[in-house]
Write a protein that binds this ligand. Structure first.
Ligand SMILES: Cc1cc2nc3c(=O)[nH]c(=O)nc-3n(C[C@H](O)[C@H](O)[C@H](O)COP(=O)(O)O)c2cc1C
Length: 284
C-alpha cells in the first residue's frame, strides 16, 4: 500500500477555496508549484449553501459559512464524464473530496465514484460535515460507528490512496488518526476550520468556520501530536499558511505536505512564494 503521495512539490490547494478548479482558468497561476489541487467537497445530495453573507474577514482570521454548496455526486460525475474538469487534470494532480449527511451517504458516494478513481491521485473524506442523523455533530463523535465507516470505505476502495480530513472538534485528533491508520487509511489532513461566529450588517449572529492565520499554531500542534503518535501516516497540514515560515514550521513538526486554503483569496502568488521556498529547502 502506498504510504506517500509523490508530489513534485508538497504543496496542495485545500478543498473549498479553489472550488472545482476555478484557478485553472487564471492566466499566470503558478502551476509549477502546485503538487495537487483538492476539489471542493462533493456530497451525496446537491447543496445550495447558505444565503449571504458567506464570508467575513478580520485581522488574523476569516469566517466562512458557505454551507458546503456543491452540485451533489450525480451532477458532479455527469460533469466529470462530460469532460468539464479536463482543464484542471491537464494542469496538476487532483484530489477528490467527498462528504455526506450520514453514514449511508458516505458509503453511497464511495460506490458511485469507483469507476472514476483513475482520474484522481487520492480521495479525501471530509469528516467535518455535520451528521444530520446525529443532530449535526460530525461522524467522528461516534467513534465505533466512524471506525466501521472507515473500514467499509477501505473495503470498497482497496487500492485508493485514502485521506481522512479531520478537524480538532469531536475528539483527540491523534486518537482519531490512529483509528484511520488501523483501518488501512494512507493519510490524514489536519485540521479543518473550527466553529466560530460572526455578525451580519444588522448585528445578527451567524455561525461559520474559522480559517486563516490564527489557525496556524493549532494546526502545528495537531500535526505535531499526530506525528508523535504515528511515524508512518502521510500528513497534509491544513490551516493558517500565509508565509514561507509557516510552511517551514509545519514541515518541521511532521507534515509531509502543506495545504493552502484561505490565503489563496488574498493573493494566488502566495503559492509561488511558498512553493519555491519549499522546493529550495527540500533540496538542502
Ligand atoms: C471558503 C471556504 C470553503 C471551504 N470548503 C471546504 C470544503 O468544501 N471541504 C473541506 O474539507 N474543507 C473546506 N474548507 C476548509 C479548508 O479546506 C481548510 O481546511 C481551512 O480553511 C483551513 O485552512 P486555511 O487556514 O489555509 O484556510 C473551506 C474553507 C474556506 C475558507
Amino acid at each position: 500500500m502506498l504510504s506517500k503521495l509523490n508530489l513534485k512539490v508538497p504543496l496542495i490547494i485545500a478543498s473549498g477555496p479553489g472550488g472545482f478548479g476555478e484557478y485553472a482558468k487564471i492566466d499566470g497561476f503558478p502551476w509549477k508549484y502546485v503538487g495537487a489541487y483538492t476539489l471542493k467537497t462533493v456530497t451525496y445530495n446537491k447543496k445550495s449553501g447558505n444565503v449571504p453573507p458567506r464570508m467575513y474577514a478580520r485581522d488574523g482570521y476569516m469566517i466562512n459559512r458557505i454551507g458546503l454548496e456543491n452540485p451533489g455526486i450525480d451532477q458532479f460525475l455527469d460533469a466529470l464524464e462530460n469532460g468539464e474538469y479536463e482543464f484542471l487534470f491537464k494542469k496538476t494532480n487532483v484530489i477528490l473530496s467527498l462528504g455526506g449527511d450520514n453514514y449511508q451517504e458516505y458509503i453511497e458516494v464511495t460506490k458511485k465514484v469507483k469507476p472514476y478513481l483513475h482520474k484522481f491521485i487520492a480521495v479525501e473524506y471530509n469528516f467535518s460535515c455535520p451528521n444530520v442523523s446525529k443532530g449535526g455533530l460530525s461522524m467522528v463523535t461516534d467513534l465505533i460507528e466512524w471506525q466501521s465507516l472507515l473500514v467499509e470505505i477501505r473495503k470498497e476502495l482497496p487500492d485508493t490512496f485514502l485521506i481522512a480530513k479531520l478537524g480538532i472538534e469531536g475528539g483527540f485528533i491523534e486518537n482519531l488518526v490512529e483509528k484511520a491508520a488501523q483501518s488501512g487509511w494512507n493519510g490524514v489532513t489536519v485540521i479543518n476550520t473550527i466553529r466560530g461566529l460572526m455578525f451580519n450588517d444588522d448585528g445578527e449572529i451567524l455561525l461559520g468556520g474559522l480559517s486563516g492565520p490564527n489557525l496556524l499554531p493549532i494546526a502545528e500542534r495537531a500535526v505535531y501530536e499526530v506525528r508523535k503518535k504515528l511515524s508512518d501516516i502521510y500528513i497534509i497540514s491544513s490551516g493558517g499558511v500565509y508565509k514561507e515560515e509557516d510552511a517551514k514550521q509545519l514541515l518541521k513538526v511532521g507534515a509531509d505536505a502543506v495545504s493552502i486554503g484561505s490565503a489563496i483569496f488574498q493573493d494566488e502568488q502566495i503559492i509561488s512564494r511558498i512553493g519555491k521556498y519549499i522546493l529550495e529547502n527540500l533540496k538542502k
